[in-house]
Design a protein around this ligand. Structure first.
Ligand code: UDX
Length: 434
C-alpha cells in the first residue's frame, strides 16, 4: 500500500519504518529539513533499539523516503497517518493545533479516496472534529474516512512494541476503511480490536491512566512499607501472584515520567471536566506522583536540615533506562528543588539528551560516575542504569564526603551497603539504614 506518515517524531518514525518493513511504500513527512536529510541518509534522529538497521534496510530497498513536501506525499498515498505532537498545556488541556494545522494543509490535496488516521494521542471526539474540519475545508465526504489507531509503544522498546505489541486498536465508523486497515495490519499478526472511533480514542487514555495508577498505588504502599518495616519488593511479588492483579508495572520508585503518563493523566482529567466527570482516582494518581518524585528532597531536608553549599550527586537524568529522553524525568524536578535549597549539584548520565544543559546550564555535568560522587554529601539514584547497579560501592564510598545514598530505584541491597561502609541508606519501601 502507499502510505504517508506525517511527523517523524517517536511514534511517526517508528510507524514509518515498521510499515515499510512489511513491503508498503512509505513517505514520511517532516517539516524540519535537517531531520529529513539525516533520515534520508540513514541516521536516526532518536535512539531506539534496532532502528538504525531497519531504517537503512528500508531506505536501501527504496520502500521509505523522507520529505518536507506534505501535499505531494498526501496526493501519492492511500492512507495518511498523522503522528504530530499533541502536548498538554499548562492548564492540562490538550493542544491539538498541530493536528488541525495538518488537516488544513492537506485538505486541498485530497482528490481521491483516502483514509486519514490519527496515531497521535487525541481527546475523545477528535475523529468527529477532523471530519467536520475536512468538510468545512471543502473536501467531499465521499473522498475520505477518518480512523483512530492509537499507539501503545514504549520508548526504548518502540520497534518491538510496534511489530509485536499486545494489540492493535482501530476505531472506524466506515466498513470500507475498516477493511483496508485490516489488510494493512494483517501481516503484523497481532490481535486487532475493531471498534468505533471514540472508544479507540478512550482506550489509549484509559490504558495510560491505569498503568500510571498501578505505579502510584505501589509507591503509596512502598511509602507505608518504609514506616512499618515491610518490604515492598515482596509485597509487590505477593500481589502479582494473583493473576487478576498481574506482576507487571509494580516496581516502586521515584514515580513515572516520560512523554505519555504525566501528559495523558492530566489530559484525561481535563477532558473529564468537559463531560462533568471528576476522575477522582486519576487526580490522586497525579498527586501521589508529584510527591513521590520529590521524595529524595524530603529525605535530605529531614536528614540535613540545611542543604546550602552541600554537594549532592544525581545519578541518572533520563526518565528510565534505555532512552536519552529527559521529559518529565524525576531528576529534573529534584534538581530544581535542590538548587532552590542552595545545594551544589553534580550529575552524571552520558545517555541524557543535551537539552538538560539548556534547562540547567550552571550545574556540573560529570563524565564519570566516580567524579560525580566526589566530595558528595549524598548520591541520589534517579535512573536504574546498569552502570549504577554494577558500581564499585567501596570506591564510591571512598570518594564521598558522607556515605549516604538515596536509592530512588531500589537497585542496592542493605547488606552490600553496610559491607562497603555507607552510614545512611534510604530506599523506596525497603530496609533503610539511618
Ligand atoms: C508508556 C506506556 O508504557 C506506553 O504504552 C505508551 O504508549 C507511552 O507511555 P514509556 O513512557 O515509554 O511508555 O515508558 P514506560 O516503560 O511505560 O515507563 C513509564 C514510567 O513509569 C517510567 O518513568 C518508569 O520509570 C515508570 N515505571 C514503570 C515505574 O516507576 N514502575 C514500573 O513498574 C513501571
Amino acid at each position: 500500500m502507499e502510505i504517508c506518515v506525517i511527523g517523524a517524531g517517536y511514534v511517526g518514525l517508528i510507524a514509518a519504518v515498521a510499515f515499510a518493513k512489511f513491503s508498503n511504500k512509505v513517505i514520511c513527512v517532516e517539516k524540519n529539513g535537517d531531520k529529513v536529510n539525516k533520515l534520508n541518509n540513514g541516521v536516526p534522529t532518536i535512539y531506539e533499539e534496532g532502528l538504525e538497521e531497519l531504517l537503512n534496510e528500508c531506505l536501501e530497498d527504496e520502500k521509505l523516503l523522507f520529505t518536507t513536501d506534505i501535499n505531494k506525499a498526501v496526493r501519492e498515498s492511500d492512507i495518511i497517518f498523522i503522528a504530530v505532537g499533541t502536548p498538554t498545556c499548562e492548564d492540562w488541556n490538550v493542544d491539538t493545533s498541530q493536528l488541525f494545522n495538518v488537516i488544513n494543509q492537506i485538505s486541498s490535496s485530497i482528490h481521491n479516496y483516502k483514509i486519514i488516521v490519527t496515531k497521535s494521542t487525541v481527546p475523545v471526539g477528535t475523529q468527529k472534529n477532523i471530519k467536520k474540519q475536512l468538510i468545512n475545508n471543502g473536501v467531499s465526504p465521499s473522498k475520505f474516512d477518518v480512523v483512530s489507531n492509537p499507539e501503545f509503544l514504549r520508548e526504548g522498546k518502540a520497534l518491538n512494541d510496534f511489530l509485536q505489541g499486545d494489540k492493535i486498536v482501530i476505531g472506524s465508523d466506515s466498513l470500507r476503511a475498516k477493511s483496508i486497515m485490516e489488510k494493512l495490519y494483517t501481516p503484523f499478526n497481532i490481535k486487532i480490536l475493531f471498534t468505533n472511533p471514540s472508544t479507540a480514542e478512550l482506550i489509549k487514555y484509559a490504558s495510560n491512566a491505569f498503568l500510571a495508577t498501578k505505579i502510584s498505588f505501589i509507591n503509596e504502599i512502598a511509602n507505608f512499607c518504609t514506616k512499618t518495616g515491610a518490604d515492598i519488593d515482596i509485597v509487590a511479588y505477593g500481589l502479582g501472584l494473583d493473576k487478576r492483579i498481574s506482576k507487571e508495572f509494580f516496581k516502586a520508585g521515584l514515580g513515572y515520567g516520560g512523554s505519555c503518563f504525566p501528559k495523558d493523566t492530566k489530559a484525561l482529567v481535563k477532558i473529564g471536566e468537559k463531560y462533568d466527570s471528576n476522575f477522582d482516582i486519576i487526580r490522586s494518581v497525579i498527586n501521589v506522583n508529584d510527591k513521590q518524585r520529590l521524595m529524595p528532597v524530603k529525605i535530605l531536608l529531614e536528614h540535613y536540615n540545611d542543604l546550602e553549599n552541600k554537594v549532592i550527586s544525581i545519578l541518572g537524568l533520563t526518565f528510565k533506562p534505555g532512552t536519552d529522553d529527559i521529559r518529565e524525568a524525576p531528576a529534573l524536578y529534584i534538581i530544581k528543588e535542590l538548587i532552590s535549597q542552595g545545594a551544589i549539584i553534580k550529575c552524571y548520565d552520558l545517555m541524557a539528551s543535551n537539552e538538560i544543559k539548556d534547562i540547567y546550564p550552571t550545574i556540573d555535568y560529570c563524565n564519570n560516575v566516580y567524579d560525580c560522587v566526589e566530595d558528595s554529601y549524598c548520591a541520589i539514584v534517579c535512573t536504574e542504569l546498569d552502570e549504577f547497579i554494577n558500581i564499585d560501592l567501596k570506591k564510591m564510598r571512598d570518594k564521598m564526603q558522607v556515605g549516604m545514598i538515596i536509592d530512588g530505584r531500589n537497585i542496592y541491597n542493605i547488606n552490600d551497603i553496610e559491607e562497603n561502609g555507607f552510614d545512611f541508606y534510604y530506599s523506596i519501601g525497603k530496609q533503610n539504614k539511618n
